[in-house]
Design a binder for this molecule. Structure first.
Ligand code: COA
Length: 227
């Protein structure tokens, strides 16, 4: 059954352990066209793994015919990346989807139309003082300073997650996305000087940095982890 109302964050630590069919018969023509944009084999593998996880979450099925009914597109007419849109049997679905890939990890967030969602896996983020002063606000930098290796990747991943959830089609500019404050399971963000809606957050330390997810609305989130 195809579902567009669940709220799920799925983290896969090593996508090479997934049994993704070699033949791309589970992809639509337009998805194959988007895949052909990527020439680098590693980026193609990441793209495929993200689609495999995301399509199965939406379809709630691994059957090829069900997966082909779900189409996920993330490239604008200008050729630039955009927030993924989901079509089910050719019709725009109102579910919201966010995808991130880094190293061998894949993170996918899915929510209904009532909640914005953004996810990010941050790996090997530079920790030099130059990088910190260039891309982080004074407030962020102060918080990071207490534990640079532990906190810097979290703030970076939160910036990207907030951008994906609340960027509204703007261009990615790390300086324009601010982590204003954090509580146990909440983060207050600002994008281009405008406060975002209150965001719930999920944070996980990874071997190379951090994985984060943010979503509007305080709701019970299903998080499943795979190695
Ligand atoms: C968002 C962005 C910073 C993430 O880059 P990254 O950290 O290297 O990569 P991640 O793996 O974490 O995220 C990539 C995914 O983000 C999603 N994405 C891309 N652009 C996005 C955007 N503007 N908003 C939300 N999600 C976006 C895509 O699903 C992409 O995965 P896919 O190509 O496999 O579908 C980068 O993709 C970007 O700069 N996108 C904006 C491009 C742009 O300026 N577009 C014009 C305005 S829409």
């Amino acid at each position: 059954m195809i579902s567009t109302s669940a709220r799920i964050v799925r983290y896969v630590a090593n996508f090479e352990k997934l049994s993704i069919p070699h033949a791309p018969i589970w992809l639509t023509e337009r998805e194959l066209s988007e895949l052909s944009y990527w020439k680098d084999s590693s980026r193609r593998d990441h793209w495929l793994a993200g689609r495999w996880i995301a399509k199965r979450l939406v379809a709630r099925s691994s059957r090829t015919e069900m997966l082909r009914e779900v189409e996920i597109l993330s490239r604008g007419a200008d050729g630039l990346g955009k927030a993924p849109s989901v079509l089910v049997r050719g019709h725009a679905s109102d579910c919201r989807l966010s995808i991130s890939h880094s190293q061998r990890a894949i993170l996918v967030g899915l929510s209904g139309s009532d909640a914005r969602i953004g996810v990010d896996v941050a790996s090997d983020v530079p920790q030099t003082s130059g990088f910190r002063s260039r891309w982080f606000s004074d407030h962020e930098a102060k918080w990071i300073d207490a534990d640079v290796p532990g906190r810097l990747p979290i703030v970076w991943a939160l910036k990207e997650s907030i951008f994906k959830a609340c960027g509204n089609g703007s261009k990615w500019d790390p300086r324009a996305v601010e982590v204003v404050a954090m509580e146990a399971d909440r983060v207050h963000g600002r994008v281009h000087g405008i406060d975002t809606e209150p965001l719930s957050m999920w944070v996980r330390a990874t071997s190379h940095g951090a994985a984060t997810a943010v979503w509007t609305e305080r709701a019970t989130q299903e998080v499943s982890l795979c190695s």
